[in-house]
Design a protein around this ligand. Structure first.
Ligand code: FAD
Length: 488
């Protein structure tokens, strides 16, 4: 097991390498860790889950509104159940709040029966159209003009940061090598030098393996691998072109979001979804597992794959939409704004493609549901790798992981007298907005995959994620982070 952040990469050949340690690549690495293979997970940034996977609406979808019959529909449906079970086992916070898809005019009301029928085609038979009176009784703070809603019981909120970290931690503890700060810049694929045994009885196997070697040229030097998985998110099309394929192009679709302070949490009980339009799923209001309320996202097609900034126009649009949905929310304090980029393509479905002759699988176009579908995508990708000859014998269950809880609805160390008695560091609060203790920060810095930055530490502990955004605790948190730096 190893995590490397600098220096040359290990020599020899990996059986399989995954490019991209977002939620999808990390889930694939975890799935591969079940087999006795030499596996690498390479990531351009200094942390796992630092791309789109850190900036989404964090809903564990049921897939009720997916395109029936699509790969996405199947993988979201399967992934939703798999992740819910994994979260319970691993301590990833999930709150099964259920969603209300609210109709604000007659046209939207007329769409609800069709959405319920679509949900049934997607295997969700538990949706129900409810009256305006019932909607009001269940969400008293909704704005005026509600005409009814589709209730979707299975929709949940989840911690996206802990999910990626749990997958990657379990993968690393099960023997996967994680190489951070390791951007892949080019790839050469082809036969290794002809082995002497080409004409032995094992000729077929030898020929097959001769054509299987990929050399990834990275900013930290070369890495050789027999099988390759491209889970590079917004850059998956670029990696695909390095392998000679050009069947999809990523158009970053920005989603801006506003996070309201925890005092707003009492205003809303469900995930409040809009009726989707041709332009997308629309703007929603949702509680977060971290005890806050989120409003967003926008849907803006851009050219720039780095444009994760918020804009005045985007935030104004969200405020306008939010005022209609939950007027009182707009009077609450804003804790943070952020934006994520969906890896949209021209297709409505995922672009997951196997190239068995090349021993290569592309995992592209994982736009709006990749968090939910991640475990099912991983299982699917490993099946595709097997078609390319990856030997999958000797499977074993990886040792379970238990992640620190970041969820507000579950016990946290500062409230746990037993934990504090056993270790007083859990009673010493550093970040008062989020009530994060020294003990939690210490544990994160010493974890299997320690954070590479203060932002990474925030995603592991919530330190600096509250209403002061580190104004009061920033120096103390930085001092703790830097005290551990020489060991990282
Ligand atoms: C606004 C918004 C809201 C969303 N809401 C939800 C939701 O509620 N529920 C849900 O299930 N999904 C949601 N999604 C979708 C979900 O976030 C994505 O599908 C998921 O995060 C994609 O994960 P990924 O691993 O494919 O991509 P990423 O997280 O982007 O990971 C790809 C990784 O590849 C790395 N990489 C790229 N190029 C290279 C290279 N050359 N060398 C090495 N590494 C490289 C990147 O640094 C990155 O870390 C939302 C997305 C957005 C933007």
């Amino acid at each position: 097991m190893s995590v490397t952040t600098r220096g040359p990469l290990p020599g020899g050949e990996y059986d399989v390498t995954v490019i991209g340690a977002g939620v999808v690549g990390s889930a694939i690495a975890r799935e591969l860790a079940r087999f006795p293979l030499r596996t690498a997970l390479v990531e351009a940034r200094d942390d796992v889950g630092d791309g789109t996977s850190k900036a989404n609406t964090a809903i564990l979808h049921t897939g009720f509104d997916a395109v029936p019959g699509s790969l996405e529909s199947r993988l979201v449906r399967e992934g939703s159940g798999l992740l819910a079970a994994y979260a319970a086992e691993s301590g990833i916070p999930v709150e099964p709040l259920g969603a209300l898809l609210v109709a604000w005019d007659e046209d939207q009301l007329g769409v609800l029966p069709g959405l319920a029928a679509k949900a049934r085609r997607n295997g969700r038979h538990d949706t129900r159209i409810i009256t305006a009176e019932e909607v009001r009784a269940r969400e008293p703070e909704l704005g005026p003009g509600v005409l009814g809603a589709l209730e979707v019981p299975g929709e949940s909120v989840i911690c996206p940061w802990t999910t990626t970290l749990a997958y990657a931690t379990q993968a690393v503890r099960s023997g996967v090598d994680l190489h951070l700060n390791c951007r892949v810049t080019s790839i050469t694929s082809g036969p290794r030098p002809a082995p002497d045994d080409v004409h032995t009885p094992h000729t077929r196997h030898a020929l097959h393996t001769r054509h299987a070697l990929h050399t990834l040229h990275t900013v930290r030097g070369p890495l050789r691998t027999r099988h390759l998985v491209n889970a590079a998110g917004l850059h998956a099309d670029r990696i695909d072109r390095l392998l000679g394929h050009a069947d999809f192009t990523v158009t970053p679709r920005r989603g801006q979001l506003i996070v309201f302070d925890e005092l707003a949490r009492g205003l809303v009980r469900h995930i409040l979804l809009p009726v989707p339009t041709a332009l997308g799923k629309g703007v929603l209001v949702t509680p977060t597992v971290h005890g806050k309320v989120m409003l967003g996202p926008t849907a803006e097609d851009l050219d720039d794959r780095t444009a994760t900034g918020s804009t005045a126009e985007g935030l104004a649009l969200l405020r306008e939409k939010g005022r209609r949905i939950l007027p009182a929310l707009l009077d609450e304090e804003v804790t943070a704004v952020y934006a994520g980029l969906r890896a949209a393509t021209a297709s409505e479905d995922y672009a997951i493609r196997a190239h068995p002759a090349q021993r290569y699988v592309t995992v592209g176009g994982i736009r709006s549901t990749g968090l939910t579908a991640s475990m099912a995508i991983a299982a699917h990708v490993v099946e595709l790798l097997a078609e390319g000859g990856l030997p999958l014998s000797g499977a074993r269950d990886p040792r379970p992981v238990r992640m620190p809880n970041l969820g507000e609805a579950f016990p946290r160390p500062y409230r746990d007298a037993g934990m504090i008695a056993a270790d007083p560091e859990y009673g010493r609060i550093v970040c008062h907005c989020e009530r994060v203790t020294r003990g939690e920060i210490r544990d994160a810095l010493a974890a299997t995959i320690p954070p590479g930055s203060l932002d990474g530490l925030r995603r592991r502990t919530r330190a600096r994620a509250g209403r002061c955004q580190g104004f009061h605790c920033g120096a103390a948190v930085r001092a703790l982070f830097e005290s551990e730096e020489p060991h990282r």
